[in-house]
Design a protein around this ligand. Structure first.
Ligand code: ZN
Length: 229
């Protein structure tokens, strides 16, 4: 059957529709973690169920460890906004968004982290998501987002198989090593190298708030680039 269509520029064309029966729903392949930057779960759930905000996430994890499942995993939530990781320029389309109730200036609670680890395990098994694809909002939106905050225990998560971590005990920095290009290979958008460094530090060297790469940062990056590429 032939029928006319218009593309986004208004150009008319004719296409053939020949329906296939061989399909399934798209599967998420990334998980993007956030902190809510709000003071209570109730406040966050309200934000995500109010149409005018246009924001949402698949899951919200409260301080007491309770989990609100807010959207089917196979649907697209509005949590990442303008985002880039590697060649992936629309994380909302390919990821599950998890908001962790935390104002950004405090530790995450043990109950919350236990629930998060359970949930991540379930998602990893259900969708076969690679360990490297568990990332933070700051990672995919440098300069625009800083969540989850420097209090987020990425190392602890990586030990459980969610995200990657480094081991620099035997790492040598290659003589011609370009650390910013290596950040790009890891996944960071380096169009602004300062904000890319900031996001890298939030995730991998949270105690250091200066957006300059030290020799120990370069060692970390030299190790990570081998794991992420
Ligand atoms: Zn966020």
């Amino acid at each position: 059957m032939q029928y006319p269509l218009k593309d986004s520029a208004g150009v008319h064309f004719v296409t053939d529709w020949a329906g296939t029966t061989n399909f399934s729903m798209r599967r998420p392949n990334f998980v993007v973690l956030h902190h809510t930057a709000q003071n209570s779960c109730d406040q966050t759930v309200k934000t995500f169920t109010t149409t005018s905000t246009q924001v949402s996430a698949h899951y919200v994890i409260c301080r007491d460890g309770s989990v609100h499942h807010m959207l089917n995993d196979l649907l697209r939530a509005h949590h990442a906004g303008v985002s880039k990781w590697g060649n992936n320029t629309d994380l909302n389309s390919s990821s599950i968004g998890i908001e962790i109730d935390n104002n950004g200036f405090e530790l995450f609670s043990d109950a919350q982290l236990a629930s998060l680890i359970d949930l991540l395990g379930r998602l990893k098994r259900a969708y076969n998501i690679p360990a490297a694809n568990f990332i933070g909002h700051a990672d995919v939106a440098p300069g625009r987002k800083v969540d989850p905050s420097r209090f987020f225990p990425w190392k602890q998560l990586a030990e459980k198989g969610f995200g990657l971590w480094y081991d620099t005990a035997h790492t040598q920095i290659p003589p011609d090593f370009n650390a910013v290009q290596a950040l790009r290979i890891i996944g960071y958008n380096i169009s602004d190298s300062i904000t890319a460094i900031q996001s890298f530090k939030i995730h991998f060297n949270p105690a250091d708030t200066i957006n300059k790469l030290t020799s120990s940062d370069k060692k970390i990056i030299a190790d990570l680039v081998k794991k992420y590429q």
